[in-house]
Design a protein around this ligand. Structure first.
Ligand code: MLT
Length: 205
C-alpha cells in the first residue's frame, strides 16, 4: 500500500482512503472542503480488481477475503505510525476519512486494532464480519453515512455495523439520505459540520 503526504498548517492529519476504482487523488476535494488546513495522508490500495484499485481482496460482491483485509489493516497501522513518528504528528489528532472500500478498511481497522486514532468520517461503510475483537471503543467518535437506495449496503447491514460499534461504546453520528452509494452535497455538509464539532470538542492545541 502506498501513501502520499502533504503538509498542512494545522495539527490535524486527515487520512484519505479511496473507494474501489479510486486512487490517492479521489478524496482530495472532499478533504479540502471539510478541513482545508489539515495535513493529508492519501493512501492508495495495492489490490487490483479488473484494473480497479482497492485496499483488500474480495471473491465476489460482499464476499471478503479476511486475510487480505487483515493485511491491509496492519499496513494501514504501519503507515499511520510511520507518518506520526517521522512528521512528529500525534496519532490522537489523525482522522480517518474513507469512502466505500476505504471506509470499510478504516472501520475494520478501528474495530480490530487498539489505536490512539479515535475519529473517523466514513462515507457508505458496511458491516464486513471477520472480527471477533471486543475491546472498548469508548474513545472513538465516528461519523457514518448511508443511502436508502444503496445497491451494496442494505439497511440491515448498516444497522448491524452501527450496533457492532455502539455495543463496544463508540460514539456514532449517522447521516442518511434517500439516494444510493454516492456522496451528496447535503452529506458533505453534514460531514463538515461533524468535523467542526470534533475540532471544538477535542480541544486541539
Ligand atoms: C467493498 O468491497 O469494500 C464494498 O463492497 C464496497 C465496494 O464496492 O468497494
Amino acid at each position: 500500500m502506498d501513501y502520499f503526504y502533504q503538509k498542512g498548517t494545522s495539527l490535524t492529519t486527515l487520512v484519505l482512503l479511496h473507494g474501489t476504482g479510486g486512487d490517492r487523488h479521489s478524496l482530495k476535494s472532499i478533504a479540502a472542503a471539510i478541513a482545508p488546513a489539515a495535513n493529508l495522508v492519501a493512501l492508495e490500495g495495492a489490490v487490483l480488481e479488473a484494473g480497479a484499485r482497492r485496499f483488500f481482496k474480495r471473491h465476489g460482491m460482499n464476499q471478503f477475503d479476511y486475510e487480505s483485509l487483515t493485511e491491509a489493516s496492519l499496513a494501514l497501522e504501519n503507515i499511520l505510525l510511520t507518518v506520526s513518528q517521522t512528521k512528529d504528528l500525534p496519532l490522537e489528532q489523525f482522522v480517518l476519512l474513507g469512502y466505500s472500500n476505504g471506509a470499510n478498511l478504516a472501520s475494520y481497522f478501528l474495530q480490530q486494532r487498539v489505536t490512539p486514532v479515535c475519529s473517523a468520517i466514513l462515507f457508505h461503510p458496511m458491516a464486513l464480519g471477520g472480527t471477533n475483537e471486543n475491546f472498548s471503543l469508548a474513545t472513538k467518535n465516528l461519523w457514518l453515512s448511508y443511502g436508502a437506495h444503496d445497491p451494496f449496503v442494505t439497511a440491515s447491514n448498516f444497522k448491524q455495523l452501527i450496533l457492532q460499534l455502539t455495543q463496544r461504546g463508540a460514539g456514532v453520528t449517522c447521516f442518511r439520505h434517500d439516494e444510493g452509494h454516492r456522496i451528496t452535497v447535503a452529506e458533505l455538509a453534514a460531514a463538515e459540520k461533524f468535523w467542526q464539532t470534533l475540532e471544538k470538542t477535542q480541544n486541539r492545541p
